[in-house]
Design a binder for this molecule. Structure first.
Ligand code: ARG
Length: 590
């Protein structure tokens, strides 16, 4: 289904053409004076100079050319030359009927589906998932779902950080603690034990210890660098140990992402790019792109138009170890081979921007991907801050584990639901707390533009009123309860038909429903789930206006009442679709 704006614009453009003007002038916009009309077109004003005519005259001619179009209940030329218009109630009712029948609620499938890789999540093995990785998961999941909803072939890849210095650090620390393990014995012929010699909690203690020691102990740091290099070069014991580290971490990560309702098609890591590194580096050297600078292999990526310095892309360090850039570049090679994607979208902290600028430039320059064939895109997001405006921390000042954050939010919702609805069972309350808690976190995040930092305020995010996830949940639960009450009161009633809207609030609600596809297209085009949040908030606002003007359960006209029920059921369905794109779902009660 076309968007309302496009449909209106098409009719107006024909009018402009019929009156002898450029059809491009017929572009409509939502009215900036909703008290006067629903949509407007400023084309006559724009054309006045070109056609040496008073804009009002042009507008009048266009209005006359369009005539009594069934789409409009009003189309008028007003001073100084605007076209103001309202959609006819019958047109709106027809359109709502189409929306009801369409499981995609008016969203058209892409004519040419693209293959899109979304690289998000990006956790590092051996580190518990913490708040710093929350946004990547939340925003990436929504972008992935939105692309998929439009019919594109989308592959979500978690891109584990599993190949860098932290691996060498852990190996070094383990070696200090348990030198007797077979992984360190170079003469050991295998097979290595199947059980990991540590648990996830061990790892979570080992890693920070090792990383701290690296900062103060020169020998230890060199040992860790060396272990990293040996791992990357394939030392069997280190590979076996590394497998354990990855496996133990991944099962913990999966559990956490499950709770976030975030799931990945691929659990690849930086390490999976390893086989592509050597041929890629060779090609870069042969192509004359890569050269040695202070022992390191680099590719220049500075461009003439740059107003800042863009340092060369580091391909291999002087010791030959792969860098963050190296694995990202080799991963591009891998993805190109496996999927030949049209787009690769990366989600990462906005402080990593320069990294992506360099990697993308290098990938294009060295021909890993074709500039016209594949767009490499980066969505940088801001930091989650505490109320003090500084990056969110635990009360003790450490990085907050995601699990604990989820628990805190869920607990806050639990208490609120319990107070609001004491009749709910403990089990129901827990289930509600988890669902609504997740909505609180995700909506709280997604309603901000990705690039902006925001303050994570549990009180505010879990409030049942205002522009919050729980408020959206509450709105949906309320619809469900009206639908249930209606079904109980009128068990014989047949499914109603949505009638042409009469009142102002009913019309407002109808218009809001019809704009769903527009919001989805914008969220997709701008890679901005915040557009969908804005839409959801507007739709729930329109619904509340409707409730104020209409008492559905007390409506005396049965057909009208059934029409209202059908209308709010459609609101529920649109909301369900919308929040699914944001990555959460609503409970039945709360
Ligand atoms: N592991 C990285 C980090 O923690 C994020 C990875 C993002 N994806 C990528 N392809 N570089 O910062």
């Amino acid at each position: 289904m076309k968007t309302l704006i496009d449909q209106i614009s098409a009719v107006l453009s024909e009018g402009f053409a019929a009156a002898g003007y450029d059809p491009a002038l017929g572009r409509a916009t939502a009215s900036n004076r909703p008290d006067l009309c629903q949509y407007q077109c400023n084309g006559a004003m724009a054309g006045a100079k070109r056609y040496h005519k008073a804009p009002l005259v042009i507008a009048q001619e266009v209005a006359a050319a369009v005539g009594n179009h069934p789409m409009f209940s009003k189309l008028e030329a007003v001073r100084p030359g605007f076209l103001n218009l309202d959609l006819s109630p019958d047109f709106l009712a027809d359109r709502l009927a189409e929306l009801e029948a369409d499981p995609l609620r008016g969203v058209e499938q892409a004519e040419q589906p693209l293959t899109i890789v979304v690289d998000y999540g990006g956790p590092n093995v051996a580190k518990p998932l913490h708040v710093g990785h929350l946004r990547s998961a939340i925003i990436g999941e929504s972008i992935k779902r939105t692309c998929r909803f439009l019919g594109h072939k989308v592959i979500g890849d978690v891109h584990l950080g599993d190949w860098g210095l932290q691996m060498g650090q852990i190996i070094t620390e383990l070696r200090c603690r348990q030198p007797e393990l077979p992984y360190f014995d170079e003469s050991f012929a295998g097979p290595y034990p199947e059980e990991a010699p540590f648990t996830i909690s061990d790892l979570e203690e080992i890693y920070p210890t090792a990383s701290a020691r690296c900062k103060v102990d020169e020998d230890y740091r060199r040992a860790a660098q060396n272990a990293t290099w040996e791992l990357q070069s394939g030392r069997p014991g280190y590979r076996a140990l590394w497998r354990h580290i990855v496996n133990v971490s991944v099962s913990d990560l999966k559990r956490n992402y499950d709770r976030l309702d975030v799931d990945f098609d691929l659990w690849y890591g930086e390490s999976d790019a390893q086989p592509y590194i050597t041929p890629m580096v060779d090609a870069m050297k042969e192509g004359g792109y890569a050269y040695l600078s202070d022992g390191a292999l680099v590719v220049d990526v500075q461009e003439e138009s740059d107003t800042r310095e863009v340092p060369p892309c580091l391909i291999l360090k002087s010791d030959g170890a792969a860098q963050y850039e190296t694995t990202d570049l080799a991963t591009i090679v891998q993805r190109e081979k496996d999927f030949h994607p049209d787009r690769m979208i990366y989600l990462a902290d906005k402080r990593q921007e320069l990294h992506y600028v360099r990697v993308f430039r290098c990938a294009y320059k060295t021909g890993l991907v074709d500039r016209d064939g594949c767009s490499l895109e980066y969505v940088g997001f801001g930091t989650i801050n505490g109320k003090d405006g500084k990056p969110f921390k635990t009360r003790e000042g450490g990085v907050l584990r995601l699990e604990y954050l989820l628990e805190d939010v869920s607990q806050a919702v639990y208490e609120k639901s319990k107070a609001a609805n004491p009749s709910l069972s403990e089990e129901e309350l827990r289930e509600i707390a988890d669902k609504v808690g997740l909505a609180a976190i995700k909506y709280g995040d997604l309603s901000n533009q990705p690039a902006k930092d925001y303050i994570f305020d549990i009180e505010k995010f879990t409030a049942f009123e205002g522009n919050t996830g729980p408020y959206i949940m509450y709105t949906m639960v309320r619809i469900k309860s009206i639908l249930a009450r209606y079904a109980a009161a009128f068990p014989e009633a047949e499914a109603g038909r949505i009638l042409p809207p009469e009142s102002r609030s009913e019309t407002g609600l109808a218009l809001a429903l019809c704009r769903f596809n527009e919001a989805v297209y914008e969220a997709y085009d701008q890679k901005a789930p915040s557009r969908l949040c804005r839409y959801i908030y507007d739709l729930t606002g329109a619904l509340n206006q409707f409730y104020v003007e209409h008492n559905i359960m007390k409506e005396p006209d049965a057909a009208r009442q059934a029409g209202y029920i059908a209308l709010i059921r459609l609101v529920l369905h649109v909301l369900e679709t919308a929040i699914d794109l944001l990555g959460f779902s609503a409970p039945d009660r709360m």
